[in-house]
Design a protein around this ligand. Structure first.
Ligand SMILES: [Ca+2]
Length: 312
């Protein structure tokens, strides 16, 4: 073999070695990439495992919460804003009896709810037929008596609780000889029991006369404490509640008294030329007027009455 031939062989082998080396380098690169990808996959898998653990843990919590929710008494697994404090908070399309939960009251209460003039009213008193005696003791007036479907007094504690939760409007519907009259008060509020359920009422409008106020300061109910026959909080030397057999915000004694005993002095709403009611339906109702609660309760039906609204 000559030198030239030997050089040719070496060159050939050298090229081959270089080619093999290049191939090995590429293979090594490929292997490293695959290894890197495997590492990356392991990171992804680790992350996925963590995520799965988090999801599982939260799923357990969700099931736990659902189980706890099932154990709650009926009606308590709703949001606070869904609890009706008064009729204004209830979505009803027909007048009737509903359970309300006045703020601060110890127990819920059945109340008769009325739709009128685009408002939702809570009935606090109703007298028709006069089969129910309103000659009751203090604690009976406090808790309420009668049937919400018929004659009843909602209860001073509930009237108080409702009336202080935002500004309330009162409507007294009076009827005599088939003719209805009404007295509206834009502000109606009853203080708490330690204040003897003191009445604050003003802003009159209507057709029956402002008989809870008036010119004779010794007879107006506004500003008076509630009295029953065994709790005389009136300004009379005697006992108005005993005399007229009812519980009321007697002064000395009254222009208007809607709880008088039927058959004795009946019902009086006095300023409107001696309007005396001796029969049929009497409702004292009030509704949320300017709601100040954070839950936006009753905002849809707390707008002011327009001048064109027709009274029943
Ligand atoms: Ca007295």
């Amino acid at each position: 073999m000559g030198y030239d031939n030997l050089t040719a062989v070496v060159t050939e082998y050298t090229d081959t070695i270089l080619q093999v080396a290049q191939q090995f380098k590429q293979l090594l690169q490929s292997t490293q990439n695959q290894q890197k990808q495997m590492v990356d996959l392991s990171i992804v898998k680790k992350g996925f495992d963590n995520l799965t653990a988090v999801v599982n843990a939260n799923t357990d919590k969700i099931h736990e919460c659902k189980d706890q929710q099932k154990q709650l008494p009926a009606g308590t697994n709703k949001q606070e804003k869904a609890i009706p404090h008064e009729c204004a908070d209830i979505n009803f399309i027909k007048d009737g009896v509903f359970l309300i939960y006045p703020s601060g009251a110890k127990r819920p209460k059945y109340a008769y709810c009325v739709l009128q003039d685009n408002r939702k009213w809570t009935v606090i008193q109703r007298r028709s037929g006069f089969s129910l005696s309103f000659w009751q003791r203090w604690h009976v007036y406090r808790e309420g008596f009668g049937d919400a479907n018929g004659e009843h007094w909602l209860g001073n504690e509930y009237i108080h609780a409702i009336s202080i939760n935002g500004q309330h409007r009162a409507r007294f519907i009076l009827e005599k000889d088939g003719i209805k009259r009404y007295a509206d008060y834009s502000n109606f509020r009853v203080e708490d029991e330690p204040s003897k359920y003191l009445l604050k009422v003003f802003g009159y409008s209507g057709t029956a006369g402002d008989s809870l106020n008036g010119d004779n300061s010794s007879k107006i109910a506004n500003g008076q404490k509630f009295s029953t026959y065994e709790q005389d909080n009136d300004n009379y030397s005697g006992n108005c509640a005993q005399r007229y057999r009812g519980g009321w915000w007697y002064n000395s004694c009254y222009y208007a008294s809607l709880n008088n005993h039927y058959g004795h002095n009946k019902i009086d709403w006095g300023l409107n030329m001696g309007l005396k009611l001796d029969k049929s339906m009497l409702c004292v109702i009030f509704s949320c007027d300017l709601c100040i609660s954070k839950s936006k309760r009753g905002t849809n039906h707390c707008k002011h009455i327009s001048s064109g609204d027709k009274k029943e």
